[in-house]
Design a protein around this ligand. Structure first.
Ligand code: ADP
Ligand code: 5GP
Length: 214
């Protein structure tokens, strides 16, 4: 285990279309040491999505057997499909001092906060500037049918209503500005006392030096 720093579990949530996947990709470019938690899902791949990179696509029976084996850190039913975060890669990364980025809904965020890893969690909620702009973004993303967009818009309030359970809340108006704010938050949170177990040894050494001077 890396004693200088413990990894953070960085959770991004938002109503669908507010921009969290775009922001997550930018953060991964900013800091290639970040590990993206590739979720398992029972939904169909969108055009361009790659199995194992964007999601682990699987059928419902497989998904349920992973849950039954205790292999999911959290899981939820969203827009008629199952989604979950596999536990193994997350534990491995944070033990190695790497931060893990999650693009998950409020139910998953709540489960992780309430898990044994909850103290290492940094949760950030992304709000759209307006509902009209949220719809516009879903339409211009051009990846969902009108029916799916309608479903996502209908569920948007359900997601937004959980905004106050998060550590930070950002309004994603200007993309570059939101990205900068995210980087600032992550840079600061990496210096939490709990994330730096190696500090104990440093303070012990300082104490010994202090005693020597008495
Ligand atoms: P989510 O992952 O939250 O569902 P996406 O990241 O897929 O949302 O973004 C939805 C669409 O909105 C994409 O086409 C993306 O390029 C666009 N988008 C994201 N953030 C902004 C922004 N600040 N201003 C304008 N368009 C944005
Ligand atoms: P999409 O189908 O647009 O990729 O994702 C739909 C919703 O499911 C988004 O709000 C996304 O954050 C959420 N989601 C994706 N993966 C997971 C996961 O592993 N767990 C949970 N709880 N939600 C997820």
């Amino acid at each position: 285990m890396n004693e200088t720093r413990r990894g953070l579990l960085i959770i991004l949530s938002s109503p669908s279309g507010a921009g969290k996947s775009t922001l997550a990709k930018r953060l991964m470019t900013w800091d290639p040491t970040l590990r993206f938690s590739v979720s398992a899902t029972t939904r169909e791949p969108r055009p361009g999505e790659v199995d194992g990179t964007d999601y682990h696509f699987m059928d419902e029976a497989d998904f349920k057997s992973h849950v039954a084996d205790g292999a999911m850190l959290e899981h939820a039913h969203v827009f008629g499909n199952f989604y979950g975060s596999p536990m193994g890669p997350v534990k491995e990364a944070i033990d190695d001092g790497r931060d893990v980025l999650f693009d998950i809904d409020w139910q998953g965020a709540q489960q992780i906060r309430n898990s044994v890893l909850g103290v290492y969690t940094l949760s950030i909620f992304i709000l759209p500037p307006s509902i009209t702009e949220l719809r516009r973004r879903l339409i211009t993303r051009g990846q969902d049918s009108d029916e799916v967009i309608g479903k996502r818009m209908q569920k948007s309030w359900d997601e937004i209503s959980h905004w106050d359970g998060y550590d930070y809340v950002l309004v994603n108006d200007d993309l570059d500005a939101t990205e900068e704010r995210l980087k600032t938050i992550i840079s600061a949170e990496r210096m939490r006392r709990l994330q730096q177990p190696g500090l104990q040894d440093h303070v012990r050494a300082l104490h010994a030096q202090f005693e020597d001077t008495q």
